[in-house]
Ligand binder design. Structure first.
Ligand code: NAP
Length: 299
């Protein structure tokens, strides 16, 4: 008889809650913990079991998933006094799906390995909608055999699941993703501000350029939102700045100049100065609109 894999889930935020639900609905026995207990309620109603700490989750689980905010938060739930490391059995696997520092990820993997616990770094792309629909892109770092073992579980949350290399490679790949995302965001913003100043019909401009060499996910999804004046977040300025900071820190450690990404980090400060951290990352265009004294809206 094949043994059922017991899964633990830590971090039930915008991303974690729907991801955990997909795991549960795929039939895995699920134990959960979240710092704010209320957020676990919908999952408990569907049959998940509550545990009192990350260590307790680990005691009940063969594979433990974490998805919390930032690097120190992952360190706390995995290595902290009530962390996963104190409950996990040798041979169990920790999959961290947060976006955090690749170098700290490698250190966490080493500390877990010293106790015989495996780790994958498996950050995601695809936003809250991808999390709900189970269509995330997942970039995975770790041993190939551990990746293979966890693949059926990862398939309940994602569509494009790529093993990119050893521990840390998943996080580095996610940062590559973010460098390209913010570059596309700036390119879109500059194009639309220029078009507005030239007095062009912005809807027509989007229609004309989206399908050609200038096309991008950002232009297709966020361009129409910008010209409608809709800055509701799929991904907030706050989290975008966290990721750009991670990119710039890793780049500094490796002595890689990233002049474009550094400039975008500065432009986002202009939004932070006006308390716009909770708007969507496409609100970057506002910094350029203020400079050019024009708004790229189609009224
Ligand atoms: P979120 O809604 O703010 O949720 C954050 C989660 O982390 C919450 O469950 C929170 O607990 C928990 N947490 C934070 N600090 C903690 C700590 N020190 N100890 C224990 N728990 C802690 O964020 P999210 O959007 O789900 O993002 C989670 C991760 O996914 C981030 O690394 C983010 O960069 C990444 N991500 C997000 C998106 C997106 O579109 N949102 C896309 C790709 C990747 P409480 O409930 O108690 O606050």
């Amino acid at each position: 008889m094949t043994q059922v894999t017991k899964v633990g889930f830590i971090g039930l935020g915008i991303m974690g809650a729907p991801m955990a639900l997909n795991v549960l609905r795929a039939g895995y026995p699920l134990t959960v913990w979240n710092r704010t207990r209320e957020k676990a309620k919908p999952l408990l109603e569907e049959g998940a079991v509550w545990a009192d700490s990350p260590a307790d989750v680990a005691r009940q689980s063969d594979i433990i998933i974490t998805i919390v905010s930032d690097t120190p938060d992952v360190e706390e739930v995995i290595l902290g006094p009530n962390g996963v490391i104190h409950g996990a059995r040798p041979g169990s696997v920790v999959i961290d799906m947060s976006t955090i520092s690749p170098h700290v990820t490698q250190r966490i993997a080493r500390e877990l390995a010293a106790r015989g616990i495996e780790m994958l770094d498996a950050p995601v792309s695809g936003g809250d909608i991808g999390a709900q629909e189970g269509t995330l892109s997942i970039m995975v770092g770790g041993k190939p055999e551990v990746f293979e073992r966890c693949l059926p579980l990862l398939r309940t949350m994602g569509k494009r699941i790529t093993h990119v290399g050893p521990n840390g490679a998943g996080q580095f790949t996610k940062l590559v993703n973010q460098i390209i995302v913010v570059g596309n965001t700036l390119a879109m913003a500059e194009g639309l501000v220029f078009a507005a100043k030239a007095g062009l019909n912005l809807e027509k401009v989007l229609e004309a350029v989206s399908a050609g060499a200038a096309g991008s996910w950002m232009l297709t999804h966020r361009g129409p939102q910008i010209i409608r004046g809709d800055f509701r977040p799929g991904f907030t300025v706050r989290l975008q700045q966290k990721d750009v900071r991670l990119v710039l820190e890793a780049a500094r450690e490796m002595a890689v100049p990233l002049p474009g990404t550094a400039l975008i980090h500065q432009l986002y400060h202009a939004l932070e100065a006006r308390n716009l951290q909770d708007e969507g990352n496409h609100a970057l265009i506002k910094a350029l609109e203020w400079l050019a004294d024009v708004e790229a809206r189609q009224t």
